[in-house]
Design a binder for this molecule. Structure first.
Ligand code: FEO
Length: 175
């Protein structure tokens, strides 16, 4: 089944948004570097890698379906925040936007009966549940921590243990 131009356009936009997401997390990472929260900087660097892998998963889907990927200008991310809590609140909010966008692509795939795209998207539905839970959980811990420096450093140490992102998927349906 030939992929429709409506889906190609929506997925192209999502490739751009995933790369924008990668830039956002790298920007957050450099803020943490500057503020000597190295564990959180590491967490953001891994997240940056994950976002790049998400973009590539959509990229592979378009190329597997014989469609052309169009690289577009990536918006500059925010660079200044007041606190670690504000950063993770932004991260959680950003993930809810990503989820909404992916659900909209799912709505188009459902309307067109494009089962191949539906199958590819099912991985993202689970991933977004995890991404929202992770960022919400850290945001909520930071709210509890408040102004406690020892507790902040303890959380920073915990986040330094985040394992590196897996390899870029070879195809769009890789587990
Ligand atoms: Fe690619 Fe964090 O969603």
């Amino acid at each position: 089944m030939e992929i429709s131009q409506e889906l190609v356009d929506a997925i192209n936009d999502q490739i751009n948004f995933e790369l924008y997401s990668a830039f956002i997390y790298l920007s957050m990472g450099t803020w943490f570097e500057e503020h000597n929260l190295i564990g959180m900087a590491h967490w953001m660097e891994v997240q940056y890698q994950e976002e790049f892998a998400h973009a590539m998963r959509f990229y592979r889907h378009l190329t597997e379906r014989g469609a052309r990927v169009l690289m577009k200008q990536i918006e500059a991310p925010k660079t200044e925040w007041k606190s670690a809590h504000e950063i993770f609140a932004d991260a959680y909010h950003h993930e809810t936007l990503v989820t909404e966008r992916i659900y909209k692509i799912g709505d188009i795939a459902d309307k067109l009966g494009d089962r191949s795209t539906q199958s590819m998207l099912s991985w993202f539905y689970n991933e977004q549940t995890e991404e929202e839970a992770n960022t919400m959980g850290i945001r909520d811990k930071l709210k509890l921590i408040g102004d406690s420096i020892p507790a902040l450093l303890q959380l920073d140490s915990e986040l330094s243990a985040r394992p590196p992102a897996g390899p870029i998927p070879a195809d769009s349906t890789a587990p």
